[in-house]
Structure formats: C-alpha cells, structure tokens
Ligand binder design. Structure first.
Ligand code: HEM
Length: 547
C-alpha cells in the first residue's frame, strides 16, 4: 500500500516524466521482445559460435569504447581466446570474425557474398557509388570496365611518373636528414601526387593551386573518416552533419568534387574538338631490346591465386600513357554506358583507396627497415647489385630483380596489413568449412586479415619480421587465402599491381639513397585500426644519406 501511495505521489508531482517513463519502459520491452522473436533464427545460430560473454542488450559493445590503440589492444588480446572464429554482439548487431583461411576462402571467392557492411556508408558522400561500395549489377559492370584499365601494360606506362615523384620525395627527405620525422607525412604526399597524375592526368604544376588544394583535401578527408570511425557520437549522420567535422567535410568535398568535375569537363571538350587528352608517352614494355617477363613476380598475393587482373601479363604490346580517367572517357566514347557522375565516382574511389593504403604500407616498410638492420643491409646489397653507383631511374626489368625487397614488402603486408579487416554483410546463410557452424543471414562477417596472417599454425614465428616467410619453399604448402592483404577473389583490390609496382619504385629509390634508423622497436608500436592500420604515435624514423 505504501508503495502504491508513493507511486501515486510521484505521478502527481511529475506527471510528464511519469507518463514518459511509463510509456518508454513497456515500449523498450516490446522492442526487445520483437527483436528476440524476429531474429529468433539468427540468435539460435549465433549461440553455436564461440565468443566473449556480453551484457544483456549491449552485448560486447563496451569492448569497443576508448581510444583507438586501446580498442585495438583489447580486441587483439581477446582474439587469443578465440583464435580462428568468434562472435561478438554490438547491441543488436551480430559480428562473426573469421581467421581460418578455409572459411575466408568461402567469403572472398564467392560471387554472392559481395555486399559491404553498413560502416562503408561513411564513404558515400565522397565516393558515391564507386567500386569500393557499390554492389549488384552496377558493381559487376563497372568492375568489368575498370579492371582492364589496371592491366600491367597500362601500369608500365606510369613508371616515369613513379620515378619522378620518388626522386622528388628523396629531395624533400634530404632536407631533414638525421632528424626524427614521421615518414607517413612524406609517403602520403608522394602517393597523392602520383595518384593525381595516374588517375586524372593532372599534376600540381599543370593545375596550379587547385592540384595542391585537392591533394590536401584528400589527406584531410581521410583524417575525418578515421575520426568518424573512432568517435561513437559522430557515427550518427545528424550529429556529424551538425558538427564542425561535418561542415569541414562539405568544404573539402567541394574542392575534391569540384576539381574532378572540372577535369572531366575540360577533357570532354578537348575530345569534342578531336584532340587527344593524353600525355602521350610511347611505352612498349620492351627494355634493352628484350621483352620483360613477369614470371615470379607475386604482385601481393599467393602464387596460385588468380583474379580478373591476372590476364596476359606477358603481353607486351604497344601502350601509350593514359590516366584512368582518360581510359574511362574513351570507353564512354566507344559506346560504354557510363555517366560523367559515375566516372567521377570511380576516379574519387581510386584516389581514396590508392592513397592511405599505400602511404601506410610504405611507412610500415620503412619502420621495419629502421628496426631490422640486418635485413636492411640485405636490401641495400640487392639494390647495389642492380644499380651499382648509378642514380638512373628504376626500370620495369629492375623491379623484377628486386626479389628480396619484394619479400620484405610482402612480409610488411603480412604483419601490418594496411586494411586489417574486411567486412561483408551476409544476406544468405553460410555453412563454414572449419566446423559445424552456420552464419545466419543478417550477420556481418569480418575477415580478420591481421589475426589470420599471424597464425602460428600457418606462419613459423608469426610475430617475427622475417622476409623468408615468403621463400617459395616456405609458402609452397600454405593455403592460398592465408595471405590476403589485397583481399582476393572477385572483389579483390583492383589496384594490387599498381600498388606493388609503385611501392617497389618508391621504396627502392628511398633505400638507394638512405639508411633508415628507428629509435622505437615493434613493441613500442601503438597500433590503431580505424579504417587503415596505423601507428598512433606516428611512423617515427631517421634517414641518413648513404653517400
Ligand atoms: C598497399 C596498398 C593497398 C592495399 C593493402 C589495398 C587493399 C585493398 C583491400 C583489402 C580491398 C578490399 C576492401 C574490401 O573488400 O572491403 C581493396 C579494394 C580496392 N582497392 Fe585497394 N589496396 C591498396 C592499394 C590500392 C590502390 C593503389 C588502388 C588504386 C590505384 C586501389 C583501389 C582499390 C579499389 C578501387 C578497390 C575496390 C575494388 C572492388 O570492390 O571491386 N587499392 N584494396
């Protein structure tokens, strides 16, 4: 009776709060019951999976709070309890982490499980329906159109651009010789400049101020996207749009989209006047009178893995240099249905995907060289054997000789994959190979590349940087899907060969000129994995001229 009197008193003193409370609680309960009933199958299938215990309603959401390096450490530590399979609930969302290559193959080789997870929506204002986030027929037709523009013969025509920009970054690095620098700043700038020329056919000098502004805007947009992934309150579109970050994003997108649109318009006008828009450079892939062979070059994946980029690599026909944008415009003129807006979205996608990934990959490589001096010495020896005292530019044939440097690059991508997880939305149930588990429709699958590439059952001493992990005798019996820094299968990275070629030229040029030193060891790395894997403390190294 006393409680009833108290209840009535409360209702009288704070009527609106009372009404709100008495409606809200049953509403939330109803919502919970509805969720339980409508997701009955999902919940039942999820129960079979191993995973950390969670709280009611919240699930394991609290594990994902805190600073980026804290979250990374916490989740990575937890992964030791569930080495190749784990379920995690974040509120009503079910995530299934996969790190067994046999299960990973099921997802990545499939033409069905190609839908990206909801987090990719943050990219939408920038990339629209570009290759990274589109799905279904649109993705299929655009992939078919874009994959050939990354053919090795097109890439070979970019070698001059890669060399010129690598030389320019060496000159900048000379100005800070011996000082501790964050090499990511330099790698990032060089990467955007190379992309500007190879994706759009423009550079800072041809575009004056707008090329520079564009490069800065791309770098800042990547920072905003990282920030949005880490700050929970910025995940809401409404709050984000009201924040200073939302306003800054709009301004940056104005710069980025403005330049892409202007360049497309100008190139179309030139085409209409019957002129070529190319920086014509004949490139026949023939060096010193000999044809070059790509045999033995891995291009960032297991030798047995093939995708739509692996066509006729030994075909060395005549090619002239054309930026991706020109190739898409040309396809359009030849009858392929692709609108200007769609071309813009693809170019924007290439700029984003190609930038942060290669900047992180090259920065981790330099960090590894600075820490593992014995390995660095072998890289220097290989480069000295190829180039002697000459400071001539790198040729395609040279890149094929860089076997040890390539293994170091692969080992860097194994231990520090720039894209540490790949997320897919599962629309149809999927039975796994590794055990009696079925992933329910509606779950998000996370391919845990970082975890899988450090599995001691796959790699001997997986936490030790050892380029010999990629000696043919060590990798021969390895599952093809145990090394997937560029993903694999139909939705693999379309820029894989571009990235490997560019990284070899850029890193070889830097290593020919410098000895790298790092005061910090790998145990000091504070890794964070918002979108791209990075070192929160910055990629601190010192560069000392070799001559
Ligand atoms: C070390 C450098 C790079 C790494 C590690 C990397 C990694 C990846 C990964 C893992 C994916 C799959 C993402 C997913 O499914 O969620 C991807 C997709 C993609 N990458 Fe890269 N990437 C690199 C460089 C590049 C470059 C240089 C370009 C372009 C010039 C590029 C263009 C793309 C595009 C367009 C996609 C989407 C492909 C599709 O969905 O069909 N990437 N990349």
């Amino acid at each position: 009776m006393e409680a009833l009197a108290e209840f009535t008193k409360l209702a009288k003193t704070a009527p609106s709060r009372f009404i709100l409370g008495s409606l809200l609680v049953p509403f939330l309960l109803l919502l919970y019951v509805y969720w339980k009933v409508s997701r009955g199958r999902m919940i039942k299938l999820a129960e079979q999976f191993p995973g950390p215990k969670g709280l009611p309603i919240l699930g394991n959401a609290l594990q994902f709070l805190g600073s980026s390096p804290d979250i990374f450490n916490r989740i990575y530590k937890l992964s030791y309890e569930f080495p190749s399979l784990a379920k995690v609930w974040i509120g009503p969302r079910l995530l299934i982490f996969l790190a067994d290559p046999r299960d990973v193959e099921l997802i990545l080789s499939s033409h069905v499980y190609i839908d990206k997870s909801t987090e990719y929506r943050f990219f939408k204002p920038w990339l629209g329906n570009g290759l990274l986030i589109s799905t279904g027929e649109k993705w299929r037709s655009h992939r078919k159109l874009i994959a050939p523009t990354f053919h090795l013969n097109v890439l070979k025509s970019f070698i001059d651009i890669f060399n010129a920009n690598s030389k320019a970054v060496v000159e900048k690095l000379m100005d800070c010789k011996g000082k501790t620098i964050d090499c990511h700043d330099y790698m990032s700038e060089a990467t955007v400049e190379m992309l500007l020329e190879t994706a759009m056919g423009v550079n800072k000098s041809t575009q004056n101020q707008s090329g520079y502004e564009y490069a800065m805007a791309v770098m800042k947009m990547c920072d905003i996207l990282h920030f949005r992934h880490t700050k929970l309150w910025l995940r809401s579109d409404v709050l984000f749009n009201l924040s200073t970050y939302g306003r800054l994003q709009n301004k940056l997108l104005g710069v980025i989209h403005g330049l892409t649109r202007r360049v497309i318009k100008k190139k179309k006008e030139i085409y209409a006047n019957g002129k070529s828009t190319n920086n014509v450079v004949k490139c026949n892939g023939i060096e010193n009178g000999k044809t070059t062979s790509v045999e033995g070059m891995s291009f960032g994946q297991a030798a047995g893995l093939k995708d739509d980029l692996d066509v006729d690599d030994n075909d060395v026909g005549m090619k002239q240099r054309s930026a991706f944008l020109d190739l898409l415009l040309e396809a359009n003129r030849n009858g392929v249905v692709i609108s200007d807006e769609e071309i813009k979205e693809q170019v924007d996608t290439i700029m984003f995907e190609g930038h942060d990934t290669t900047a992180a990959g090259s920065s981790f490589f330099l960090s590894m060289m600075g820490i593992h001096k014995d390995i660095q010495e072998k890289v220097h020896k290989e480069l000295d054997d190829i180039f002697g005292d000459s400071d001539r530019p790198v040729t395609f044939a040279d890149t094929l000789e860089m076997k040890y440097l390539e293994r170091c690059l692969m080992e860097t991508l194994r231990m520090y994959p720039p894209v540490p997880i790949i997320a897919r939305e599962i629309k149809e149930e999927l039975k796994l190979v590794s055990g009696d588990y079925t992933i329910p429709a509606g779950a998000t699958v996370i391919v845990a590349t970082f975890k899988m590439q450090r599995n001691p059952e796959i790699y001997k001493n997986p936490d030790i940087f050892d380029p010999d992990h990629f000696l043919p005798e060590q990798s021969a019996d390895r599952h093809y899907y145990a090394f997937v820094p560029f993903s694999a299968g139909p939705r693999s990275c379309v820029g894989r060969k571009y990235a490997m070629l560019k990284l070899k030229i850029l890193l070889a040029t830097i290593m020919r000129n410098f000895r790298v030193h790092s005061e910090l060891g790998e145990k000091d790395f504070q890794l964070q994995a918002d979108i791209i894997l990075k070192r929160a403390e910055g990629f601190q190294v010192q560069l000392h001229p070799r001559k």
